[in-house]
Design a protein around this ligand. Structure first.
Ligand SMILES: [Zn+2]
Length: 186
């Protein structure tokens, strides 16, 4: 598999197909097929992590009075963290202005944490909202994923399995050693 040229766009020129709009937006026909699993706050894995449920592996890195940082149990790469509000909220646009601004500043600190602790200058940052967009949990969470050159290797191509280079416990310890970066002085 050849390295992707970062200077080349992923797709060729877009093709305008306006007639597709009605097809794509006929949500009523899809709403019964594509939906979240039942995840009220009483049945939410992130709420269970916040509550430190002994039956839920949490791998918590840090929390303050509003936010919690914990490891993704199925990391894309080692050091893949998730950031959530402590409160059960689904959508970013429903955050108060204050909470949204504080989350933005807090995500900056989380990026510094991952870059420092996981020794890289490249990260993916973002979130998925809604089941069609890949948001499988109804409790808002952002991802920060450290990225490295030459991630793709023989095992991934042949065995379709993603090697993870650290145990979750070791990653948790490394990130916790740097958790002071989340306190911030700004
Ligand atoms: Zn929740």
């Amino acid at each position: 598999m050849s390295e992707k040229d970062p200077d080349q766009p992923m797709f060729d020129d877009p093709i305008l197909m306006e007639h597709k709009y009605n097809y794509i937006t006929r949500q009523g026909e899809f709403k019964d097929r594509i939906h979240y699993p039942d995840q009220s706050s009483t049945n939410c894995i992130i709420c269970r992590i916040v509550e430190e449920d002994p039956n839920t592996p949490g791998y918590e890195i840090y929390r303050n009075d509003k936010f919690i940082v914990f490891l993704n149990l199925f990391p894309y790469t080692s050091g893949h963290i998730m950031i959530s509000p402590l409160a059960h909220m689904r959508d970013y646009e429903d955050f108060s202005t204050d909470l949204a601004e504080e989350m933005g500043v807090f995500i900056q600190r989380c990026i510094r944490l991952v870059k420092t602790a996981m020794r890289t200058d490249s990260v993916n940052v973002g979130w998925n909202q809604g089941p069609v967009a890949g948001g499988s949990i109804k409790h808002w969470h952002a991802h920060v994923v450290p990225r490295y050159p030459n991630e793709l290797n023989f095992i991934e191509i042949i065995a379709r399995s993603r090697p993870v280079i650290q145990s979750l416990e070791l990653t948790q310890n490394i990130l916790k050693e740097h958790a002071h970066l989340l306190e911030g002085s700004d």
